[in-house]
Design a protein around this ligand. Structure first.
Ligand code: FES
Length: 283
């Protein structure tokens, strides 16, 4: 195990972070509760999580400002200042989207998320102070503050990458669920009365089957957002709501009525043949 892994492992087990994280997550949860706010900050309308898209702007702007500060010379000073300001402006909505995502995490992910947010907030404060120093003509101070900010930014960025790629936070939990190419047996028709729903297995995927008369609707049962069990969710108005964080998917086609999910739920074709319910991937 490398030094960084050991360090992050310690953060994951540092329960004292929960004393900050849990009340903050509740407060953020209240702020993002309205559906339009939730959908906007989650990236639901774009079909892609918003936070990782926005992070490119401050990271890119601040990194390039460091290059100009270090080797750009006098003629690049205005451009460097502009990049610092652009990063500060973009960091605010980036943080809001990140807090929204983080409020759905728990345990180890939540603790690492607290430190990720603290490092990035430190970067924001340092870059804002750098901007003020630059505006007042204290360029050397501005450069030092920006370099310190870059250090905090890189630390925060590392932890953000760790959360996504090592812990799977906010990745599509059905990325490799393709569904069977051919009609595949899932359940006896008699086991799913009209108006009921059941969890069934079709080949190597688990499906939520919902019956309305002779019509069967089939969604992948694993929530795209964080893997919640949709078969335990509430079904109403042609939608299923995930019991974990409240993402709501239309049974018709898996499209999202409410985030935090940003990736639609895989929907499969279903039919009744010879007393059996069969499922296959949509063409
Ligand atoms: S797992 Fe988060 S909404 Fe389903």
């Amino acid at each position: 195990m490398g030094m960084l892994d050991a360090l992050v492992g310690r953060l994951e087990r540092w329960e004292a972070l929960d004393t900050v994280g849990q009340p903050l997550a509740k407060a953020v949860g209240r702020v993002v509760a309205p559906t339009p706010v939730r959908n906007l900050l989650s990236g639901t309308m774009m079909g892609h999580p918003l936070h990782p898209m926005l992070t490119d702007i401050p990271i890119g702007a601040w990194t390039m400002s460091a290059v100009l500060d270090l080797v750009g010379g006098e003629q690049a000073e205005r451009a460097a200042d502009l990049l610092v300001a652009a990063g500060v402006a973009a960091a605010v909505p980036t943080a809001a989207a990140g807090l929204n995502d983080w409020s759905d995490t728990q345990g180890a992910e939540s603790r690492v998320g607290v430190v990720h947010a603290a490092a990035n907030s430190t970067a924001l404060v340092l870059y804002a102070a750098s901007l003020v120093a630059r505006c007042r003509g204290h360029r050397s101070t501005g450069k030092v503050l920006a370099l310190a900010g870059l250090g905090a930014l890189l630390s925060g960025g590392y932890l953000g990458g760790y959360l996504s790629f090592a812990r799977g936070v906010n990745v599509n939990h059905t990325a490799f669920h393709y569904g069977p190419d051919d009609w595949t047996d899932a359940l006896a028709e008699a086991d799913l009365a009209p108006g009921q729903h059941r969890l069934a297995q079709a080949g190597d995927i688990s499906v939520l089957l919902v019956r309305d008369g002779d019509r069967i609707q089939a969604l992948d049962s694993v929530c795209t957002h964080a893997g919640g069990p949709l078969e335990e969710g509430e079904i109403a108005d042609g939608c299923v709501t995930c019991p974990w964080h409240g993402s709501t998917f239309r049974l018709e086609d898996g499209s999202i009525a409410r985030g935090p999910a940003s990736i639609p739920q895989p929907a499969y074709e279903a039919r009744i043949r010879d007393g059996r319910i069969q499922v296959r991937a949509r063409p």
